[in-house]
Write a protein that binds this ligand. Structure first.
Ligand SMILES: *[C@@H]1O[C@H](CO)[C@@H](O)[C@H](O)[C@H]1NC(C)=O
Ligand SMILES: *[C@@H]1O[C@H](CO)[C@@H](O)[C@H](O)[C@H]1NC(C)=O
Ligand SMILES: *[C@@H]1O[C@H](CO)[C@@H](O)[C@H](O)[C@H]1NC(C)=O
Ligand SMILES: *[C@@H]1O[C@H](CO)[C@@H](O)[C@H](O)[C@H]1NC(C)=O
Ligand SMILES: *[C@@H]1O[C@H](CO)[C@@H](O)[C@H](O)[C@H]1NC(C)=O
Ligand SMILES: *[C@@H]1O[C@H](CO)[C@@H](O)[C@H](O)[C@H]1NC(C)=O
Ligand SMILES: *[C@@H]1O[C@H](CO)[C@@H](O)[C@H](O)[C@H]1NC(C)=O
Ligand SMILES: *[C@@H]1O[C@H](CO)[C@@H](O)[C@H](O)[C@H]1NC(C)=O
Ligand SMILES: *[C@@H]1O[C@H](CO)[C@@H](O)[C@H](O)[C@H]1NC(C)=O
Length: 288
């Protein structure tokens, strides 16, 4: 009895803010069997409810081989390579370090009940499923349910060379947000260890505006890796606001071995300044 009451209270506590501009999906995006028959579901994409039916929007994508150059990322996400290079302050031939956040400018438009930035993906391997494409290739910028909905290939019939339509999660500001000075919404990809408060500060957004944008019921709610949250921006985002995430052990090993110029893959986690110091140390010891 008490437990029932507690779980009811818990559900009430978790239920989205009615005036929210969008609702946070939580881990529902990890499920491929979501339904939106009764209305828009945040496990698919963001609801088309803004002031404009299309707008300039920004996504965060973390570079991972083979998607670690301007050309491969712009192909994967159908973004303009020149814009991508400009906004990330990067030369078009350079290689991004693994797990470096890239800002991706996209055109976001309503398609049916959802906003989406549209791209397409040609399946490169036998191991791909709608889930792996959404979670691994697109890192959560696409969702399994919306991929299934958008493509008529059966879930188990995906094969090399098939071309999928991939809607990416983006949104346009509502009139309430526009009134408050929001010009763009950034679809931020949550990483391990991220806190909403810190991410908001990094992108110069008030906690209030982020809480309101995502229908959060508390100021620093729990958010899950490989989901997106919306960050309202009053200016274009800048590469100086992006960071490299070091939480995945394999990724750290790769960055480290690249920095050291060796092929060893140590699993110890290092921070960039340490790695740079280590390279300098090795360098100076060879000079002696
Ligand atoms: C805008 O804000 C007002 C007052 O806070 C609220 O009543 C209204 O529902 C909001 N509109 C939308 C579209 O959320
Ligand atoms: C957010 O969820 C609430 C409650 O389920 C719903 O009333 C509201 O329409 C949703 N907002 C959007 C933008 O989907
Ligand atoms: C909405 O459309 C108007 C008119 O085209 C434009 O001036 C404004 O910048 C757009 N707002 C957003 C948020 O894209
Ligand atoms: C999604 O991908 C990440 C790695 O990119 C992985 O750690 C995580 O377990 C995946 N999620 C699920 C539910 O498999
Ligand atoms: C998808 O739908 C189109 C048009 O209805 C059809 O031509 C095509 O064969 C379908 N593909 C599959 C795999 O069912
Ligand atoms: C507008 O900004 C004020 C002050 O930061 C905040 O309290 C309010 O919730 C914001 N409203 C919207 C619609 O974002
Ligand atoms: C977030 O910021 C708080 C205080 O500014 C800090 O204590 C905390 O370690 C930060 N969390 C992360 C994950 O960076
Ligand atoms: C941060 O936002 C405030 C107002 O919200 C603005 O005045 C300031 O210029 C912004 N700072 C940066 C670095 O964008
Ligand atoms: C862009 O890169 C150059 C050189 O790498 C650096 O001096 C400059 O501060 C960077 N600009 C921004 C906005 O980060």
């Amino acid at each position: 009895m008490n437990q029932l009451l507690l779980s009811l209270l818990f559900l009430f506590y978790l239920s989205p803010n009615l005036h929210a501009q969008q609702n946070y999906s939580g881990n529902a995006v990890m499920d491929c069997d979501n339904s939106d028959a009764t209305g828009p579901s945040p496990a698919f994409l963001y609801t088309c409810n803004g002031k404009n039916r299309s707008c300039q929007a920004f996504l965060i994508y973390k570079s991972q081989p083979p998607y670690n150059t301007i050309s491969s990322i712009s192909n994967l996400l159908s973004a303009d390579p020149l814009e991508l290079a400009r906004i990330n302050n990067f030369s078009s031939s350079a290689v991004f370090p693994t797990d470096k956040e890239e800002i991706v400018p996209v055109l976001c438009s309503c398609s049916g009940k959802y906003y989406q930035a549209t791209t397409s993906y040609t399946i490169p391997s036998n191991y791909d499923t709608y889930f792996t494409i959404a979670n691994y290739t697109y890192e959560g910028l696409a969702t399994c349910s919306s991929l299934i909905h958008e493509n008529n290939y059966s879930e188990f019939g995906l094969d090399i060379g098939m071309k999928l339509q991939v809607p990416l999660r983006c949104a346009c500001p509502t009139s309430n947000q526009t009134k408050n000075g929001t010009k763009y919404l950034l679809s931020y990809l949550v990483s391990w260890g991220d806190e909403v408060r810190n991410v908001s500060r990094r992108f110069n957004a008030s906690t209030n505006s982020v809480t309101y944008a995502n229908g959060f019921t508390e100021d620093n709610p729990t958010v899950f890796p490989f989901t997106t949250i919306l960050i309202p921006l009053s200016n274009e985002p800048s590469s100086s606001q992006t960071i490299i995430h070091y939480s995945l052990p394999e990724a750290t090993g790769e960055v480290e071995s690249r920095l050291l110029g060796t092929r060893t893959r140590k699993k110890t986690s290092v921070r960039l300044p340490d790695a740079v110091a280590y390279v300098l140390l090795l360098y100076s010891s060879t000079m002696l």
